[in-house]
Design a protein around this ligand. Structure first.
Ligand code: TRP
Length: 337
């Protein structure tokens, strides 16, 4: 029986919560893809340790991430939802792929250059340098066909394709060569204080980022204090009105109404009026999202069970790929004593 095409993605648990940009930019898409694809969604905790971090905090963030993905609609009945470190084949394959990755090739990854621009390469960990190789392993170990990611990850997918092709060429057809599925975000969400930068968990100021765990009041306040542009019409024009345009996309994403509709509704009204209306919507959204997340977090036993089932499904696929890779690589099979 031909299998359904596979989709795979991950989102790092590097903040205490995912934010509105992750939700509309990625998770909504992941959820929508569950029907058509056999889906693998995971929390890349192995990637999270490539920068300085606190172990207890990582553990808590991993649970929060899992709960938020479930609250967003990832359905464990249809998709494998798991934690990367529960599937040892990721790290095992990464080691093998390291052998076919050029040092120079890895050195050209712009995300590594960006992340080390401030403190310098010598201060970075080797893990941060080889991060894209582990990411390639994440993808190839499932023979994924499509990988939904943001534009910033395109180069890593390109590397993944090159490694897959190189391995296939040297050792025989082993890997599906994946395609990036550059997420056409339901809404690309920008920072509320700097609407030319995308909303990011690593932003220096939190006032521009609506976290999915924000208290409704705090979230509403962030929206009301969002920077807006000169002029006064509520009109979508990202080039000259990035602030108001960002708020319009959020409004549209939350209500699933077209932007033009919303422009018409607020025609002749002040920015302030529009912001108050959006603040209410966002407050309601984080309120219900937050209570669903807390419910899931209150039962860690159940969360553990969901993640264990996801990891079991994932391992079946991952172990099959790894066995082929080890064989092609020339490793002597381990005999059963
Ligand atoms: N590097 C990705 C990011 O920062 C997260 C990630 C790790 C990932 N492994 C992946 C995404 C595999 C897609 C597929 O967003």
């Amino acid at each position: 029986m031909p299998r359904r095409p596979r989709v795979l993605s991950g989102a790092q648990p590097t903040a205490d919560s995912y934010h509105l940009g992750n939700y509309f930019g990625a998770f909504k898409q992941w959820v929508a893809l569950q029907d058509e694809f056999e889906a693998f969604y995971f929390i890349p905790d192995l990637h999270a340790i490539t920068v300085e971090y606190e172990p207890a905090q990582l553990r808590e963030r991993t649970y929060i991430a899992a709960a938020q993905l479930l609250a967003a609609g990832v359905d464990p009945e249809r998709s494998a939802l798991f934690v990367q470190s529960h599937v040892p084949e990721h790290a095992q394959l990464a080691w093998v792929l390291g052998g076919v990755t050029g040092f120079g090739e890895a050195g050209r990854m712009t995300q590594f250059k960006d992340k080390t621009a401030k403190s310098g390469r010598d201060a970075a960990s080797v893990g941060l340098f080889t991060y894209p190789v582990l990411m390639a392993a994440d993808i190839l170990v499932y023979q994924a066909d499509k990988v939904p990611v943001g534009e910033d990850q395109r180069q890593h997918i390109e590397l993944t394709r090159n490694l897959a092709q190189r391995f296939n060429h040297r050792f025989g057809e082993t890997f599906t060569v994946p395609e990036p599925y550059i997420v056409k975000a339901t809404a690309k969400v920008y920072d509320l204080q700097d609407p030319t930068a995308k909303m990011s968990g690593s932003a220096t100021s939190h006032s521009g980022v609506v976290n999915l765990t924000d208290e409704p009041k705090a979230a509403a306040k962030k929206i009301r204090s969002a920077v807006t542009d000169s002029g006064s019409d509520v009109r979508f024009d990202p080039a000259t009105k990035p602030g108001i345009s960002n708020l319009l996309s959020i409004y549209s994403a939350l209500t699933e109404r077209p932007i033009t509709d919303i422009e018409t509704e607020f025609e002749g009204q002040q920015y302030g009026h529009f912001k108050v209306a959006l603040a209410d919507l966002v407050a309601d959204f984080v309120d219900s999202f937050g209570s669903r997340t807390r419910e899931l977090l209150d039962d860690k036993g159940e969360l553990d069970r969901v993640l264990a089932a996801g990891a079991a499904t994932a391992r079946e696929v991952a172990a099959t790929t790894l066995a082929t890779v080890y064989d092609r690589s020339g490793f002597v099979p381990a005999a059963h004593p």
